[in-house]
Design a protein around this ligand. Sequence first.
Ligand code: ADP
Ligand code: MG
Length: 392
Amino acid sequence: MGYFDSLQGRAIIKDHKALSFNYVPKELPHREPQMRRLFTMFRSVAEEGVPQNALLRGRVGTGKTALAKRFCLEFKEWAGKQHAAIEFEVVNCRRRASNASVLLALVTHFDANFPDRGFSNPEILDSIRKTLVKDRIHYIVVLDEVDVLLRKAGTDLIYQLTRFEEESLKGQGSISLILVSQENVLDLMDEASRSTFKPTSKVVLDRYTREELRDIVAQRVGLAFAPDTVDDDVIAQVAGIAAETGDARRAIDLLEKSGMLAEEDGAGAVAAEHVRKANALAYSQLDSGRLDDLDRQKLLALLGVARALKRKSSTTTGEATGHYELACEEFGDKPRGTTQFWKYIKDLSDRGIIETERTRSGTEGLTTLITLTEASAAELEEELVRRLGDGK
Ligand code: ADP
Ligand code: MG
């Protein structure tokens, strides 16, 4: 009998995609009021060609990104029936934290071959303008995690995008903005940009309650799990744990990990113990927010460390450098020299993401040993590759 035969046919999770971070379910339980609010604001875009600007605000895991995406998808479909052409693009400003990079994302929506250098920002804006006017397109631009862009690049771009209408022909093409952030981004804007956001343009997403999370978890169970593998008590347990932070992402992560542990156990269903174990494991896992402040080179350096650590508990700077250089090659970045790499390592250590220890090894003399503080190397690698791959 084969090694895995006893596990065969016991898949509890039938669709991992429906649990992944970028999957947006058709219905978003408990975000109906926000959805309706956005629709009320934006219908004039389709009906009269009058652009709108909205602000979405809420803590992590309150469904901001999911809401923005689902709204745009539904709105585009609805507007199509009114014979209004809506296009939209969701830009993550943490990964595209410069005006040029955001503009490039906005223009390549219409022209995938638009060259990524050689054009100034005004030229790119002009190219977008021409396309919108020519095809009478109303473009909804979602700037997700926009606080990062505002801090790094100021308000210029937002100002230009909100004033776009004045320069184009009335009703023939327009740009609307949806700015998404955890904080009040109006504080980060100058008066001129701020004035284009009416008080009514704010849409707030509160943390989810236990009951709300229960509905969200139940929905995912239905989408992703085999029938009768997760009962109501388990759903309530997962929701109860995630209610500590009111974060739907945590609820869905915990649900997935519990399902995987149950599969590993060869169990027929998820039990309370699997949830407890998954939750205990989660504490030792990656807090991906800690990666948010790292620039590209530091992400690459950390990726080098993570890969060097995939099959062992500690590595040396030498080994990590090798993996770092390969990673640079893989992502088309120029590797920095040894001195700079050491600085990255020192910085990652100061941030508590890795630990370093100087030791004397028999063959190499004094070396620096590197370990990871909390995340598993595989999980960290996955997250880093995702960030590096998405970025520009
Ligand atoms: P935020 O952008 O506010 O940090 P996300 O939109 O990324 O949060 O949501 C986190 C996770 O929770 C995503 O997987 C998302 O699909 C899911 N989610 C959030 N709100 C809901 C909801 N109301 N119904 C179903 N899934 C939700
Ligand atoms: Mg988000």
